[in-house]
Design a protein around this ligand. Structure first.
Ligand code: HPA
Length: 272
């Protein structure tokens, strides 16, 4: 099935269950899936019921799409995402964003768990993503350009919406939630980085490192969506004092930070 067919079919499948306007698409990162439980009047569609959707295989990721209300707005949440390291190609990794675009959703809130490379960060911090570096060596826009999705050579001078960055920082201040900000670097994984890799990523300007988000943001930006990106800093990825890291520790720290993440996102959706 072509990408366009997969996207159109998924749109039809969703439209059979809900066909009103949706304000926000939300991608929930590792350990942050509980935000989905806050969605009222939920319509849930497991990814396994969507022909053309790959299967999410990672522990800590659920694999379903939820449509409902959050803070009085209509949202479509992706609880569980597709990663390049699972063996999916970049078009499959980003298919949910194309579906959101087809549904005419104009706003994307995207989250992830990431390693902190900025020594001023602490595990459990929330980082507002101000920019990114694509270090995956691949790009979801490679191949024939589908003009209805966006231009061949999209601008990427300000993917992360400046107004949204300012708004979320203001909300953080008002709620007493400490926010840091910085540049997210995306690698493929699945291994965590070696010290020398972390040193390189820090030198080139990264504040956090993770294995997701950038492909989806490239696609959402191609589709002219307004984007807010939040990383939960789950571990310190400091090249000179690096400790061994396990996925279970990443999930545990993300879980500890999830309540403030949920509060922040709910307030953001209410106010925007
Ligand atoms: N590196 C890469 N990805 C991650 C990390 C990390 O340290 N922490 C959470 N996701």
């Amino acid at each position: 099935m072509s990408l366009l067919d997969k996207v159109n079919n998924t749109k039809e499948l969703i439209a059979e269950k809900y066909n009103g306007d949706i304000d926000f698409a939300i991608v929930l990162g590792s350990g942050l899936g509980d935000l989905a439980n806050r969605i009222e009047n939920p319509i849930t569609i497991p990814y396994s019921d969507i022909p053309g959707f790959p299967k999410a295989t990672v522990v800590g990721h659920k694999g379903e799409l939820i449509i409902g209300e959050l803070s009085g707005k209509k949202v479509l949440a992706f609880n569980g995402r597709f990663h390049y390291y699972e063996g999916h190609n970049m078009k499959d990794v980003t298919i949910g964003i194309r579906v959101a675009q087809k549904l005419n959703i104009k706003n994307l809130i995207i989250s992830n768990a990431a390693g902190g490379m900025n020594p001023e960060f602490k595990p459990g911090d929330l980082m507002v993503i101000t920019d990114h570096i694509n270090m995956t060596g691949d790009n979801p826009l490679i191949g024939e350009n589908i003009e209805e999705f966006g231009p061949r050579f999209p601008d990427m001078s300000s993917c992360y919406d400046k107004e949204y960055i300012n708004k979320v920082k203001e909300i953080g201040t008002n709620l007493g939630i400490n926010l840091v900000e910085g540049v997210y670097t995306a690698v493929t994984g699945p291994n965590y980085e070696s010290p020398s890799e972390l040193r390189m990523l820090r030198i080139i300007g990264g504040d956090a490192v993770g294995m997701s988000t950038v492909p989806e943001v490239i696609v959402a930006s191609h589709g002219s969506m307004r984007i807010l990106g939040i990383s939960v800093i789950t571990d310190m990825a400091l090249w000179d004092t690096l400790e061994p890291l396990e996925h279970s520790a990443v999930i545990a720290t993300a879980n500890k930070a999830k309540d403030k993440f949920i509060k922040l996102i709910e307030e953001f959706i209410m106010e925007v």
